[in-house]
Design a protein around this ligand. Structure first.
Ligand SMILES: Cc1ncc(COP(=O)(O)O)c(C=O)c1O
Length: 656
């Protein structure tokens, strides 16, 4: 968005905080509450069901998981709800209730339509268009027409002083709130405190909408808290959930890369006066609007610490976090969400394995077998372990084309091999390794297998059970998710016997100064407050990929890789590094007589982002007698036009 003077606001200059235009006024609130809630609006008994006094909550026609949208860029925030206007059939509200219209910018969840006389005393109340659907709405079973209330997400409702007519129950206002509502009720016993509201929520005093149908591909994981009226996890409760992103533009049929591109705000910019051509996907991917929105939505509505507190936001955040774990499980083809440990990314996940399983299982003289294709993240942690334990690192060579020499791999495996580690796809060359075969070979020697999936998950099916990996690791940011989140998959029987890594909160069952007992996995390996918001973002990213379909993505990228490989042959003096027949995404090359950094800088000046250097794979570079390569790498949103721009820019570089 441009500023009035036409300049673009800088990302580092956030808008100043807005000033509240509707300061909380307890007297006004009290007067309005008197007008709004009559004696007949009886508090329900604790644990009341809808039949006992509360109507069933709405399943609004537009509620539920957002349906697939073919609109490009779908997934933007819903437009702010317009102030609610009573339908023509509604009886006139008492004048004091006029502030039912939510002021601009307010949360409309407390604004309810009065019932139409024909509707009967108890009926589902439809949430106003665009309102927050995580809230519960009901009409009193009895009560004068026009009287209505809101419940459910009460902490949000009451914390918002902009929601007029509803007392605020935060600590300073609690006394006024009780006074204002005494004897009239908001549908639950007085005195009300935030904790009693939390109790009521968890006891199911407020009805949850029945679970909406789970769309194909969506998770049906149980709620973390999982019982009573709240059994439906919040992400299935008709909410525009952070884990239920709008469908990507391409989900409606054939893969349309131009429609997909519209989901990625970062791709819409110019760099150095040229349209950005993002060919640095092996380093990190751009994020679709659906992922960005999921993260924003999480922080705007659901932010809470997880697993401990007994309140609505904790429940939502916990559900969202655990739902993301289940999405990762599904994405990797794992059997159980208990086999998924969230980590900062691939690097942290490998360190976790080396420092827990490795310290426990690797002894002096044992061998750790790696390949020449390793990223440093799958070298250094094992080197550190070897130094600590006296174990030995062994390395499988590669061919000139960049393939693992399987005969050498077979020869190097032996009874001393404790671990074989290899990437599913090489980050420096793009080689796809025969990981299933390699895992089977290692298992025949009793070795454990760690597959580095950092470069594979954006391009092909991981299939951890099919591969029979003991450990599988990946980073969210390489698969259209946020940085700072990734996961370790480990077979249940391994996780169960591995000692913890970091100690702290969340990973314990009991603590005394004498001794600590640990939680079961995966919590045992997730000490401290995890990266909840980015786990939610990762879930949204995976769902985005799943909705397009990993096979569609692979087909698109393979066609583009072949096209690019052919076109790049036209550039004089260009030599591809890594020419294995099975490749994904990566087009590493050197230009005769040119420094890779200079080529990278030249491409940048033309708006083309590539990586130039050793790609954290120095041993791979050394294999070719190089210190680095130029590495364009393809993602799902790249086009033939991107490749053409690259080739044209390389021709120009040759002629400069
Ligand atoms: C094959 C491979 N392994 C590991 C990593 C490290 O990933 P992260 O830096 O996200 O931990 C990368 C990153 O480029 C990679 O390509």
């Amino acid at each position: 968005m441009n500023t009035p003077d036409g300049s673009r606001p800088t990302p580092t200059a956030p808008a100043p905080p807005s000033q509240s235009t509707t300061p909380f006024d307890p007297d006004l609130v009290g007067a309005m509450a008197n007008a709004m809630f009559g004696e007949a609006f009886a508090p329900p008994a604790r644990g009341a069901t809808p039949a006992q006094g509360l109507s069933a909550p709405p399943v609004a026609a537009s509620g539920g998981m957002p349906g697939p949208s073919s609109a490009p860029g779908a997934g933007a925030f819903p437009a702010p709800a317009p102030p609610f206007a009573a339908p023509p059939s509604a009886p006139a509200m008492p004048s004091a209730a006029a502030p039912f219209a939510a002021p601009p910018g307010s949360n409309p969840i407390a604004v309810m339509p009065p019932p139409s006389p024909a509707a009967g005393p108890s009926r589902p109340a439809a949430a106003p268009e665009g309102s927050d659907r995580s809230s519960f709405y009901w009409m009193p079973a009895e009560g004068p027409p026009g009287r209505c209330a809101t419940g459910g997400d009460l902490s949000t409702a009451f914390a918002s002083s902009a929601v007029q007519g509803i007392p605020r129950l935060d600590a300073p206002a609690e006394a006024e709130a009780s006074r204002a509502t005494e004897g009239r009720g908001l549908g639950f016993p007085l005195p009300m405190t935030p904790s009693s509201i939390g109790d009521l929520l968890l006891a199911g005093a407020f009805p949850s909408p029945p679970p909406t149908a789970v769309p194909p591909g969506a998770s049906a994981a149980p709620s973390y808290f999982g019982s009573g009226a709240s059994a439906a996890p919040y992400f299935l409760q008709g909410t525009a959930s952070p884990t239920a992103p709008a469908a990507p533009a391409a989900s409606s049929g054939a893969f349309d890369v131009h429609a997909v591109r519209k989901d990625f705000p970062a791709l819409q910019q110019t760099v150095h006066g040229r349209p950005l051509v993002w060919l640095d996907n092996a380093a990190t991917t751009q994020k679709p609007r659906q992922v960005i929105d999921a993260i924003v939505r999480f922080y705007e509505r659901d932010n809470s610490n997880i697993h401990r507190a007994a309140h609505e936001l904790a429940r939502r955040a916990t559900d969202a976090y655990e739902n993301a774990r289940d999405i990762v499980r599904r994405f990797l083809g794992a059997g159980s969400a208990e086999e998924i440990v969230f980590a900062r990314g691939t690097t942290e996940a490998i360190n976790l394995v080396a420092q827990t399983w490795g310290r426990q299982s690797v002894r002096a003289g044992d061998e750790i077998l790696l390949t020449t294709l390793e990223h440093h993240a799958n070298i250094v942690p094992w080197q550190m372990l070897a130094r600590e334990t006296g174990a030995v690192l062994k390395v499988v060579p590669i061919t000139d084309r960049g393939e693992v020499v399987l005969e050498e791999y077979a020869r190097l495996l032996g009874p001393k091999t404790r671990l074989a580690g290899f990437p599913q796809v090489s980050n420096a060359l793009g080689t796809i390794l025969p990981v299933r075969e390699m895992a089977a070979m290692a298992h025949r020697h009793g070795a454990r297998v760690l597959v580095d999936g950092a470069q594979s998950v954006p391009h092909l099916r991981a299939g951890v059970q099919d591969v029979d990996a003991d450990f599988f690791v990946f980073s969210g940011h390489k698969v259209y998710g946020p940085t700072g989140i990734g996961a370790l998959y480990a077979k249940k029987e391994l996780l169960g016997t591995m000692p913890p890594w970091q100690g702290g909160g969340s990973m314990i069952r009991t603590v005394t100064f004498e001794q600590t007992t640990y939680s079961d996995p995966p919590a045992k390996f997730e000490a401290g407050t995890p990266n909840i918001g980015d786990a939610v973002g990762l879930g949204a990213a995976i769902e985005y990929v799943e909705r397009i379909g990993i096979d569609q993505i692979a087909a698109h990228e393979q066609a583009l890789l072949e096209y690019a490989t052919e076109r790049m042959k036209e550039v004089p003096g260009l030599r591809m590094i890594g020419t294995a027949p099975e490749k994904a995404s990566v087009l590493s090359f050197v230009l005769e007589g040119a420094r890779v950094e200079d080529v990278g800088r030249h491409l940048d000046a033309e708006g083309i982002a590539v990586r130039a250097g050793h790609h954290c794979a120095m041993p791979t570079m050394q294999r070719y007698g190089l210190t680095g390569t130029v590495r364009p790498s393809l993602g799902l949103y790249n086009t033939k036009e991107d490749v053409d721009a690259l080739v044209t820019a390389l021709h120009r570089y040759r002629h400069v």
